[in-house]
Design a protein around this ligand. Structure first.
Ligand code: UDP
Length: 235
């Protein structure tokens, strides 16, 4: 169920398939690490073997970003729909609420995870968010203890990339949760600190364009997309 794009594995699952699999994995206690793949990460991994290994070591690489869909098309692959990090997280929250699974939020500036928790509780009344810790806490032992004592099944880690992915691989085997997802700035979006692009932008895969209008300094990061597509075409 995976396709290889410039040396990086990407899953063909959609939101439905993956959320069902992940809830089953919790019942089977099968550790699962989800990483969002975008052109920026693939380009970085071309020059960073450690990052490449890390991304490929995840259990589920989701196609986050329209660039991945175009690259799959170019190589006659079958990935047609994006599975974004934040929407996967929200979907997983919904499924966890329906299946009585416990969630922990780790990362973001002080207070953000707590506000995100309240917002998620408003959206999914049955959700069980059993703990939060901000991403600037230095005491690793305290973080580990809080996560383990909460008996969470799902841990969302929002430390930015690739910091969160390195953190997850280092810790997941000694922590209680079964499912781990690196979610970047998602707590900021959920808590309302950052507005998401309006739906028409989302629908047409133009969130990058909206972000560019709002935060023009992102142009440097976004220039990666054309470079990525040219490289994907060459390969
Ligand atoms: N962050 C954190 N601890 C750190 C560095 C960053 O909790 O040591 C948080 C930061 O507050 C922000 C998120 O990580 O909420 C990174 O968001 P960004 O949108 O930059 O992530 P990306 O998905 O682009 O990697």
């Amino acid at each position: 169920m995976k396709e290889n794009i410039m040396g990086i594995d990407v899953c063909r699952y959609n939101y439905n398939d993956l959320s069902t699999i992940l809830i089953e994995n919790i019942d089977k206690k099968q550790k699962s690490f989800i990483v969002a793949i975008n052109p920026e990460k693939i380009m970085k991994a071309q020059e960073d073997q450690e990052l490449k290994k890390l991304l490929n070591s995840a259990d589920y690489q989701i196609p986050d970003g329209v660039g991945i869909i175009i690259a799959s098309k170019l190589k006659r692959g079958n990935i047609r729909d994006r599975v974004t990090g934040i929407d996967m997280m929200l979907r997983l929250c919904e499924e966890a609420a329906n299946n009585n699974k416990r969630i922990f939020l780790y990362g973001g500036s002080p207070g953000v995870a707590q506000t995100a928790k309240q917002e998620l509780e408003r959206r999914y009344p049955n959700i069980k968010i059993v703990g939060t810790i901000d991403g600037y806490e230095k005491d690793e032992q305290l973080i580990e203890n809080a996560i383990n004592e909460s008996k969470a099944d799902i841990l969302f880690v929002a430390l930015g990339s690739p910091k969160q992915e390195y953190w997850i691989t280092k810790k997941m085997n000694q922590l209680h949760p079964t499912v781990y997802q690196g979610v970047g700035g998602s707590f900021d979006v959920i808590s309302g600190d950052i507005n998401r692009a309006p739906e028409v932008f989302q629908k047409y895969g133009l969130e990058w364009f909206y972000r560019l209008l709002k935060e023009p300094w992102r142009i440097k990061r976004q220039m990666i997309l054309p470079k990525f597509l040219i490289s994907a075409l060459k390969k």
